[in-house]
Design a protein around this ligand. Structure first.
Ligand code: TRP
Length: 334
């Protein structure tokens, strides 16, 4: 914690495309809420994006702004939150090099998130070394700011565990509590399924609804959503559990009573998918309309947004430089 006794938050996203509803429920909600109570740093993780998108520098460059537009559009306020770019903080890379010696290769190979991503991205035998070590660079992201809290979806829990192992080992070996252990802040809806019914909404799986989706695209996606495949006729009883239409309604419809009524009706039989989807479309459109509008306003002045990121990066660099100095001191590095 810092002098003002407020908690410090560090979190971020890889800029490989615009952000989607999964990002929103998984961590953007918490960031908007926590920025009033904590000192918050939000990082656009372009270095980490390179670990699985090294061959697409144009995509990363363009996505940096896309992600920043999304942040601002959902209400992350640059007056309260320091938004910065990872590659502008070389101290993070330096910390990563130090930490790499505190982690075994075997440990990295068994990180469940890394293992799952390797499968999902179809790397097979060609996993980039930088990808294998990204949990260590993520530990550097978090510890460079001495973050106490990390608002993330539950798929990121192994990263926090890895971070804390490094923190404990570092402090033990170098005999001083320089680094701070972090806690994950997992929201109620830790994971949103994809529109195809897959357990996770993700860009890679092409099953995402983006915060920036225009109404016609939103409509197409919602109306084509996976539901209960055994619910063929309206009068058939339908499954609510594992039906993404109802999961989304749970997450976004504030009228809980009407959602419950729909669920009961659907389970009993007599309620068609189209009716449920239309309700969901209305709910999501109401939710996204103001975000879309705010995003368009920021898009009109990309230079202003870039300046915000550069200014934030300057502030972030000072904090990271201070930590790096402490780290090097206890390691007896000149
Ligand atoms: N790994 C995160 C993701 O894939 C992004 C990220 C990078 C991050 N550094 C972080 C998240 C530090 C939290 C804290 O979305």
């Amino acid at each position: 914690m810092n002098q003002k006794n407020e908690k410090i938050i560090l979190t971020g996203d890889r800029p490989t495309g615009p952000l989607h509803l999964g990002h929103f429920v998984g961590s953007l909600v918490n960031r908007v809420k926590m920025q009033d109570e904590c000192k918050q740093f939000v990082m656009i993780a372009d270095m980490q994006a390179l670990t699985d998108h090294a061959s697409q520098p144009d995509l990363i460059k363009e996505s940096i702004l896309q992600v920043a537009f999304d942040y601002l559009a959902v209400g992350i306020d640059p007056k309260k939150t320091t938004i910065f770019l990872q590659s502008l903080i070389p101290q993070i890379s330096e910390l990563t090099m130090f930490y790499l010696n505190l982690v075994t290769w075997n440990r990295l190979k068994h990180n469940p998130t890394v293992k799952q991503e390797i499968k999902q991205k179809n790397f097979q035998e060609s996993v980039p070394a930088g990808f294998m070590i990204y949990p260590v660079s993520q530990a550097a992201d978090i510890t460079a700011f001495k973050a106490d809290l990390v608002p993330v979806g539950d798929d990121q829990l192994p990263m926090i565990e890895q971070t804390n192992e490094i923190v404990r080992k570092f402090n033990r070996i170098y005999k001083k509590d320089v680094l701070v252990e972090a806690k994950a802040l997992i929201p109620k809806f830790a994971r949103l399924p994809g529109i195809d019914g897959n357990a996770k909404m993700s860009k890679t799986l092409k099953n995402a609804i983006y915060l920036s989706d225009e109404p016609d695209i939103l409509k197409k996606k919602v109306m084509s959503m996976y539901t209960d495949p055994t619910h063929l006729k309206v009068e058939d009883p339908g499954k609510v559990e594992g039906n993404p239409v109802f999961t989304y309604l749970d997450a976004f419809d504030s009228d809980k009573e009407s959602v419950q009524k729909m669920k009961d009706h659907y389970a009993k039989g007599g309620l068609g998918d189209v009716v449920c989807k239309k309700r969901l479309l209305e709910v999501l459109d109401n939710f996204l309309a103001p975000i879309r509008q705010k995003r368009k306003d920021f898009q009109k002045d990309p230079k202003h947004v870039l300046d915000l990121i550069f200014k934030g990066s300057e502030d972030a660099r000072k904090v990271a430089a201070k930590t790096l100095k402490e780290v090097k001191d206890v390691m007896h590095m000149y």
